[in-house]
Design a protein around this ligand. Structure first.
Ligand code: APR
Ligand code: PHB
Length: 396
């Protein structure tokens, strides 16, 4: 097989990239380790920055999002069961964000790929990247095994969109890579339930721990609570979950939460991670392959979209004009936005969680920060700007 760009991974990053490249007339083949069913079963955050909404519209997969996604003017922060305040991104910046589940985006992306006959090969085992480091005579290609048969795709570029556990990042020599990591001492228990959501996406900082009430549709809610790292889903039957969730919100909000049987539950650890550079020779990393953020702020998918936007633009420039300048600038440009969101999600994680090792001093500092945010329009505007996400950098 032969193509212009091999994309490893059919998560949101890989499928958004193949769709964007298609709009520029650039061919790609997508190689995925899992079955499609498995990829579609993953439930993740669902808050889309306006730039992500723009990318989805630009690549022609926004029809259902525009119909079913819910525009929000900001987020609510509740604190110690006492106060709440609204961080109004619309008032501060004129920007709304859209709540639309990542699972739905993944479905829309697969549907678009099917419509145009995009090769997305699932169940690819032993994917190995070759010839991307620019050595003499190097020719990028990818080998893999599918249905027991060894196969090879020759290409000009490889896009590593294979998530945190993928093969692409680890194919960059260790001496070239620099990794930055922060692991948080708790996890999030996520629960999906067919119940009416609170009107706002609401984050709560409470002595019992963090909680979040989010939105999927008028009749579908997504909730999270901070739990100790070692906790499993089995530790949280519904009878334990609902009272604990409600205990972490102020009484009026707790009273507005409707209980119902959970339809999905999962526990995820929280981590911040960045691997630099995001390019090595003809290999370019996008999304979770290069960086992980804790879900506080829901930046993960939005960063995947910004990487894809920059890489798609750079490849279009290369194929259109044989101008490599944007490919050369990709890593630095993508990383500026990555670090900005890494910082925001780290800040929100610190602001909203109860850390097991917090001293009384740390606790006071957190309370003062929340007090300041509540009382200062300037502080809220700064947070609104970070939550709503930065605009993309212009091409030179
Ligand atoms: N070979 C082929 N595919 C692989 C390999 C491999 N060796 N390793 C992993 N993959 C696939 C995974 O099965 C997965 O479907 O790569 C895909 C990576 O998808 P995501 O983990 O969703 O990562 P990404 O597309 O970067 O998404 C970024 O969306 O999924 C969320 O939490 C994520 O919010 C973040 C954003
Ligand atoms: C979600 O809707 O799943 C969600 C919302 C906001 C977050 C994280 C997750 O910060």
């Amino acid at each position: 097989m032969k193509t212009q760009v091999v994309i490893v991974g059919s998560g949101p990053a890989g499928l958004m990239l193949s769709q964007l490249l298609h709009t520029h007339g650039i061919d790609s083949v997508v190689l995925e380790r899992q079955t499609r069913e498995h990829v579609l079963s993953r439930i993740r955050a669902g808050v889309l920055e306006s730039t992500t909404v723009d990318v989805l519209r630009q690549i022609g997969v926004a029809e259902r999002m525009d119909r079913e996604g819910h525009a929000h003017d900001g987020v609510r922060i509740a604190w110690a069961g006492r106060d709440t305040f609204f961080v109004d991104t619309h008032k501060a910046l004129g920007r709304r964000f859209v709540v639309y589940g990542q699972t739905s985006i993944q479905e829309d992306l697969y549907a678009a790929a099917d419509r145009r006959g995009q090769p997305v090969l699932d169940r690819c085992e032993d994917v190995v990247l070759h010839g991307f480091d620019g050595g003499p005579g190097a020719r990028p290609h990818v080998t893999f095994v599918r249905d027991g048969r060894s196969q090879r795709v020759d290409c000009e570029f490889i896009a590593g969109c294979d998530g945190f556990h993928g093969v692409s990042r680890r194919s960059i020599p260790e001496g070239v890579r620099r990794e930055y990591e922060k692991v948080y001492p708790f996890g999030w228990l996520g629960v999906m339930a067919r119940v009416r959501p609170l009107p706002d996406v609401t984050y709560a900082n409470h002595p019992r721990g963090f909680a979040l009430a989010s939105y999927r549709s008028q009749v579908l809610s997504r909730f999270y609570i901070q739990v100790p790292l070692e906790h499993k889903v089995e530790d949280w039957p519904d009878e334990r979950f609902w009272p604990e969730l409600k205990a972490r919100f102020p009484a009026d909000l707790a009273a507005a939460i409707t209980e119902g049987p959970s339809i999905e539950k999962s526990v995820a650890p929280l981590r911040s991670f960045v691997s630099e550079p995001m390019r090595h020779g003809a290999l370019f990393l996008c999304g979770d392959a290069a960086h992980i953020v804790p879900p506080t702020g829901a930046k993960g998918l939005n960063l995947a979209a910004s990487d894809v936007f920059y890489l798609g633009r750079a490849l279009a420039r290369w194929y259109g004009r044989r101008d490599a300048s944007q490919l050369d600038g990709y890593s630095a440009m993508a990383l500026r936005r990555v670090w900005s969101s890494v910082r925001t999600s780290w800040y929100l994680t610190n602001l909203l969680h109860r850390f097991p090792h917090f001293s009384e001093f740390d606790q006071k500092a957190q309370e003062v920060e929340l007090d300041y945010l509540k009382s200062s329009a300037y502080a809220q505007a700064a947070l609104a700007e970070q939550y709503a996400g930065l605009p993309f950098e212009a091409a030179d």
